[in-house]
Design a protein around this ligand. Structure first.
Ligand code: ATP
Ligand code: MG
Length: 137
């Protein structure tokens, strides 16, 4: 079954949105297969966002991700990668529809609460990075 890597970023944890976010994925019908609170270091964050190295916002993005604990999750279900991106909403909160997580809770692209894998291939790589121990069976 398809899986996606979903991460609640430090602002989402600090603002008390963990339960709300988990609830939205649960109510949609997806299954939680991995969950942990983690603090990551610079090298780990740079590895996760390696595709964005060289972007002008890259250093700020890394500082943001290492600024506090994050909640790393594996969610499973039919089309969870694409549907998870819809639940999350567009990258820039000004473009995120109301009813999406970013559309409802964020106003700043640099503090947009949550990450979701952008393809099945990215999900595979990200799950291997964040959950080297593998999913819960
Ligand atoms: P994510 O990978 O975090 O789920 P995304 O796939 O919607 O987000 P990406 O293009 O992968 O968007 O960008 C990764 C993250 O980098 C964004 O979520 C955002 O936090 C940050 N980011 C992207 N564009 C900008 C920008 N123009 N200014 C500041 N931060 C940005
Ligand atoms: Mg992305």
């Amino acid at each position: 079954m398809e899986q996606s890597f979903i991460m609640i970023k430090p602002d989402g944890v600090q603002r008390g949105l963990v339960g709300e976010i988990i609830s939205r994925f649960e109510k949609k019908g997806f299954s939680l297969r991995g969950l942990k609170l983690m603090s990551v270091d610079r090298a780990f964050a740079e590895n996760h966002y390696s595709d964005l190295a060289g972007k002008p916002f890259f250093n700020g993005l890394i500082e943001y991700i290492i600024s506090g604990p994050v909640v790393a999750m594996i969610w499973e279900g039919k089309n969870v990668v694409a549907t998870g991106r819809k639940i999350i909403g567009a990258t820039k909160p000004v473009d995120s529809d109301v009813g999406t997580i970013r559309g409802d809770f964020a106003i700043d692209v640099g503090r947009n609460i949550i990450h979701g894998s952008d393809s099945v291939e990215s999900a595979r790589k990200e799950i291997a990075l964040w959950f080297p121990e593998g999913p819960v069976n």
